[in-house]
Structures are given as structure tokens and as C-alpha cells.
Design a protein around this ligand. Sequence first.
Ligand code: CO
Length: 204
Amino acid sequence: MKHLFDSNRAWAKNKKNDDPEFFSKLVAQQNPDYLWIGCSDSRVPANQIVGLLPGELFVHRNVANLVIHTDLNCLSVIQYAVEILKVKHIIVCGHYGCGGVETAISDRSSGFIDNWLLHIKDLYHRKRSEFSDSEDQETKVNRLCEMNVVAQVNNVCHTSIVQDAWQRGQELQVHGWIYSIKDGLLRDLNATFDAPDQVPAVYR
Ligand code: CO
């Protein structure tokens, strides 16, 4: 593992050369405007994609960027980001060709993780009528990747944390984006919410 420590030292030195105050400023506080909820996929590094520095992006990543109503890990991240850090934007960012999404609609088993991916299988099952048998697998996976982002954006909006923030009048937007590994570009899925009346009454 020596190469990782070597590379870390070089990185820290570079940062300090560029800005001698870089680390001392970060020690004082983190003040990010954004919470990023993305996939664990190693090809989708949150900060780098949007060109943000340490301290500028609060990050939660899991396989297939899921926001599950009872996931204490993800909910704690959202709560801390919204109530303590007071981020102004929550970005749910999926990516095309997501292995989690692909596995969920394949007939393969990947072991225990199949249970986590059941959430995507459920979504696929619910949206079944929107897919045709003639569609090739890649198109199907990519469309489901987009649908999954929108579903997770809704899940974020339905949490008591986001609902409470909006009721208090806190400025908070929730966005759904998707990233393409093929060209490194982000696309806005136009699933932005910033007020409680944009979600169905039962969730308000
Ligand atoms: Co993925």
C-alpha cells in the first residue's frame, strides 16, 4: 500500500504549494452548499465530476444511489446535511450503465447485495409496462437508471427531514442528475423540487 501513501504525500504537498492556507482553512470548518447522493461506483468520483474542492461537497454514496426510507445511514447524512450544515441543494446523481441497476434486472445472483438491489427490481416491476421486450438490454438499463434517480429524488423529498425543512421555510432544492461514464458529462433529469406542494399530499 506504499504507493497510496506516497501519492497522498504528493497530493498534500501540491495542495499546500497552491494555497499555503488550504488545510488550515479546512480545519476551521466545513461549509458545503451541496449534499451529493451518488453511486459507490469507482468511476463516478463526486468531487472531481463537478470540480469541487474538499469542504465544498458533503457526500453519501452507496450501490445504485438508493435512498431507502429506513436506511439510518443515509437518513443521518441527509439530516446532518440539512439541519446542521444547512446545505441548499441535495443532488441525487445516478450514472448510465450502473452495475447495480444492471444486476437488479438480470437473472444472475450477486449474493447478499441482491437484497439491497430488490428496491430496483421493485421499481422495474412497477414500471414494467413502460418497457418493451424488443428494447435492447443497454437501453433498458439506462432508462431504468434514469427512473431510479427520479424515484430516489422522490424518496428524499418524502423524508420527514426535507418535509420539516420546507415547512420551516428553509431554502432547499432537491435535484436528479445522471452522469455518463462514456463522456464524463452530467445531465439534469429535470426532477427538481423545492416546496412541499410539489409532492403528493399523503407525504406532506
Ligand atoms: Co452504479
